[in-house]
Design a protein around this ligand. Structure first.
Ligand SMILES: O=C(O)CC1=CCC(=O)O1
Length: 258
């Protein structure tokens, strides 16, 4: 069943729409470094994937199609027949499924630090851990993959905020989203994606290293691959200027059409 996700809109009401989809354990706040620049030219919609932030967390299991249905419902809710869609990690998985399944809803696609097929056991184990012990004990090790060690050491306040984000995720919602990651295989979706696509890798991403994004870029016709360094799993936080610039360049290439 579709969930009405919690969302925020920034930017002019008549501007082309950009939707940003968060990663596992994060909230829409993960896009804070990107929103101000994007909102100068776009109507930017950020949302919390179900099980995260202020969105409902129904009992699992969830499927990737459930998360994609939520995104379609959000596009309907904000009146966007078509949007530029960017997602990081789990958000990128949702964006890929949307672009493959509902190509008429996606104008341009941006896939950051994501994968078409992740290691199932790691995420099944994490789902068990989240259900038994909650998300808080998982936060330090997960966040240690989100930033490079040097950047994390220089930004302890950011590390604390990110750990609090994970700890704030609903235990069942987080676990059910881990199982989505464990169960998905988007490799056959890639050839069905027709939206012009930008793929972004963090060169030092230990969670989903660059070979995952290489596979995606090789599978989507005409996709452009950009690698930022130093950058880990939440490369948009550490390489703010490069990632924001790459997103703007990609969406602006559409020439302001909706
Ligand atoms: O949480 C992680 O370790 C990496 C990840 C997989 C999907 C996602 O959104 O983050």
């Amino acid at each position: 069943m579709t969930v009405a996700v919690s969302y925020t809109v920034d930017g002019a009401a008549d501007a082309p729409v950009v939707v940003l989809s968060n990663s596992l354990g994060a909230t829409r706040a993960m896009w804070d470094p990107q929103v101000p620049a994007l909102a100068e030219r776009y109507r930017v919609v950020t949302y919390d994937t179900r099980g995260h932030g202020e969105s409902p967390a129904p009992k699992g299991p969830y499927t990737l199609d459930d998360l994609t249905d939520d995104l379609v419902a959000l596009l309907d809710e904000v009146g966007a027949e078509r949007a530029h869609v960017a997602g990081l990690s789990l958000g990128g998985m949702t964006a890929m499924r949307l672009a493959a399944r509902n190509p008429e809803r996606v104008h341009r696609l941006a896939l950051l630090c994501t994968s078409a097929k992740a290691d199932p056991q790691a995420y099944l184990d994490r789902a068990v851990a989240a259900r038994s012990g909650g998300t808080a004990p998982l936060a330090p090790v997960v966040v240690s993959r989100w930033l490079t060690p040097t950047y994390a050491a220089e930004h302890p306040d950011l590390v604390a905020r990110l750990e609090a984000m994970i700890a704030g995720s609903d235990d069942e919602g987080y676990a059910a989203c881990c199982e989505v990651v464990a169960g998905l295989d988007l490799r056959e979706d890639l050839a069905r994606i027709t939206a012009p696509t930008l793929v972004v890798s963090g060169a030092e991403d230990p969670a989903l290293p660059p070979e995952h994004q290489r596979l995606i870029a090789d599978g989507i016709r005409g996709a452009e691959l950009v690698t930022v360094s130093p950058g880990a799993h939440l490369a948009n936080l550490e390489r703010t200027l490069e990632v924001t610039g790459a997103l703007l360049g990609h969406f602006d290439s559409a020439g302001g059409t909706r």
